[in-house]
Design a binder for this molecule. Sequence first.
Ligand code: MG
Length: 374
Amino acid sequence: MSKTSLILLAAGSSTRFGLPVKKQWLYQGEIPLWLHVARQYQEAFGFEEIIVTGHPDELVYMKQFADYTFVPGGSSRQASLLNALERVTGEWVLVNDIARCCLDKAMVKRVLEKKGEADCIVPALQAVDTVYYEDHPVERSAVRLIQTPQLSRTPILRKALDFEVTFTDESSAIHAAGGRVLFVEGSSRAWKLTHSGDLHQLDCLIPPASRTLTGYGLDIHAFEEGKQMVLGGVPIDSPVGFKAHSDGDVAVHALIDALLGAAGMGDIGEHFPDTDPCWRGADSMELLEDVLTRIRSCGLVPLQADLIILAQVPKLGPYKTQIRQRLSRAMGLLPSRVNIKATTAEKMGFVGREEGVAVQAVATLGIYDWSKKS
Ligand code: MG
């Protein structure tokens, strides 16, 4: 039997979705939607090869969830699909958009059973309403509403998509390339998740688990003369600043690492390497905003943080409230959820010798509860 690979397209930016989280990252119980859908396909049909497209910034993170083949998405669905097709080893390929998140096993079975009978096998629904083309009614029995997943011969699909023409699905590309398209009965369960309002229409979705994730961060920076000191996003009156590639905001760096730790997203150096000139002199609050956007778009929400700043100098008592307010605002939290502590090192060690500052941070995240939103 010829091998069939599965491509799951999950690289979209969810611009029409209307929530801070991307739809592929909506949690279903303990796991994001893209993984939930991939597992359902694997369990129901035993695909040996699963290729998932993801946003280039999310690929490293996606690999922490499953042992599939991950490929970067392109600027369009077609570009993403071509990237994924480069990795396909099966003679046949089933392509599913993550937005078609409700798997109707009977429908997919109808598609897979027709393997070999055409170049592309497509689930389609008959129009049930009256249909007009511009201002002319047309015979509705001749109208087909096309769905995914579609099953295609891999070499024909590769060739069919490799044009300067934009196709909205595989069947139209294969049709344009002269290939044969076969229709099977679609499913009314296979509707797309496009807007957040659709969440409550799709009965296959499972509410997210209630889970608290905890991360820890530690950062140390030496003093440097002639530089503005910034701690927790607040300018500090001090004759020295911090030696660093960026502005050296050691408190924000520790907080970022705590947030990344809670999300399982690695560390600050992986996201903002100090070998990359674009982060030279970077405002660490902008890095924090960037990390928070990534965390939120991947289905998690900040809940709380606690920082302890270890500094012999400067005296931080007068700044603690300001730092708390600045960081809590950035995290979208009440100031009561972002605690700032300051202590000296009793004149011991590098902190006690007034050579630099160390900061420890703990942060907690929750899973975004889309099931309570309208
Ligand atoms: Mg640092």
